[in-house]
Design a protein around this ligand. Structure first.
Ligand code: SD4
Length: 330
């Protein structure tokens, strides 16, 4: 997976201000065996997120919930923190720009108990896309808003924004080149966060700036329900990260949840879906895709097609970054 950990641009965006958490988490542990699946503690939430920086989201989300917030509050604030920090140059407005030189952001949120969801794509100049997604879910009759309409909606709901007056010029300059944009894989990651709360209900969210250098208007898997995120309150939830084009063509997180419904544990479900995609895709296992999943009993799992994959797991009993090796091709 093409990921550039060294570039961290921070633009001093107003944060959810958990300054104590400081910089983006990058430490990882040794890979864990693929059969690993944590059991839920008898009481209390279980949280899982993509990448080492996801631990800051899971830790904050747990704090939010322990202070009386809902799982959705945990999702919004946990992911919002990563959007503010610009971790890994791949989430929020500090994420890598598209081929025309500006950030277009994707985000999605889904609530288990009422199977409701909200999503925004190709959003420009809004600091917290995850908050925009939640507003779409809670304050619109729709599930997904994109581009100008998504920005207008976010502004109507008072969400924090930055000046986008230079964007028309950038768009014009890009359009006037009349060339095909380069292939857009110069580093990308997503914060995906899944929560099983103390009542046994599930929720999930995702946010990303998408693939650096992507074509303007390109939408990845993250805001597409069933691709980058899916939650079924009867069964479990899953989130994806990696090259969205290789996730969204297979509705991959729906497949993971359905495999859990059929009886697989989250770890096996994530692995099986990578095998499923690799068996059909001309790229085989060279897919650059990774998944996390959680089931209704709090078991968690993760798998990645062709790279190591660190992810964060937090419960009231502790918080750690785990790592899985790439799945072994069949
Ligand atoms: C996308 N899946 O937009 C996202 C990016 C990502 O690791 O997660 N990369 O394709």
């Amino acid at each position: 997976m093409t990921r550039l950990f060294s570039t961290r641009r921070r633009r001093g965006l107003a944060a959810f201000a958990l300054l104590a958490l400081g910089a983006c988490q990058t430490m990882t542990s040794e890979p864990v065996a693929h059969t690993e699946s944590a059991s839920a503690p008898p009481h209390g939430p279980v949280l899982i997120a993509t990448w080492p920086f996801g631990q800051q989201a899971t830790d904050l989300a747990l704090q939010v919930m322990q202070a009386g917030g809902s799982a959705l509050d945990g999702i919004e604030q946990g992911i919002g923190l990563i959007e503010s920090l610009g971790c890994d140059g791949t989430v929020g407005l500090a994420g890598r720009p598209n081929a025309a030189g500006y950030a277009q952001l994707d985000a999605c949120i889904m609530n288990g108990p009422d199977h409701n969801a909200g999503s925004v794509a190709a959003l420009e100049g809004i600091v917290h896309p995850i908050s925009a997604a939640r507003r779409v879910m809670e304050h619109s009759p729709h599930v997904m808003l994109v581009g100008e309409g998504a920005r207008w909606f976010a502004l109507q709901h008072g969400l924090e924004s930055v000046d986008v007056s230079e964007l028309p010029e950038k768009k014009q300059a890009f359009a006037s080149q009349q060339t095909t944009p380069p292939d857009g894989e110069v580093g990308h990651d997503t914060i995906g966060l899944l929560i099983l709360d103390a009542q046994g209900d599930l929720a999930g969210g995702a946010s990303t700036s998408g693939a650096g250098g992507k074509w303007p208007g390109r939408v990845g898997d993250s805001p597409i329900l069933g691709s980058g995120l899916y939650v079924d309150n009867e069964v479990g939830a899953a989130a994806g990260t990696g090259l969205g084009e290789n996730i969204m063509r297979y509705a991959a997180t729906t497949l993971i949840v359905e495999r859990m419904r059929a009886g697989l544990d989250p770890q096996s479900a994530c692995e099986e879906v990578i095998h499923h995609i690799a068996a059909r895709d001309p790229r085989g296992y060279d897919l650059s895709i990774c998944f996390i999943a959680i089931d209704k009993s709090g078991r968690v799992g993760a798998a990645c097609s062709n790279d190591e994959f660190p992810y964060a797991v937090t419960t009231p009993a502790g918080s750690e970054v785990r790592k899985v090796s790439a799945v072994q091709p069949r």
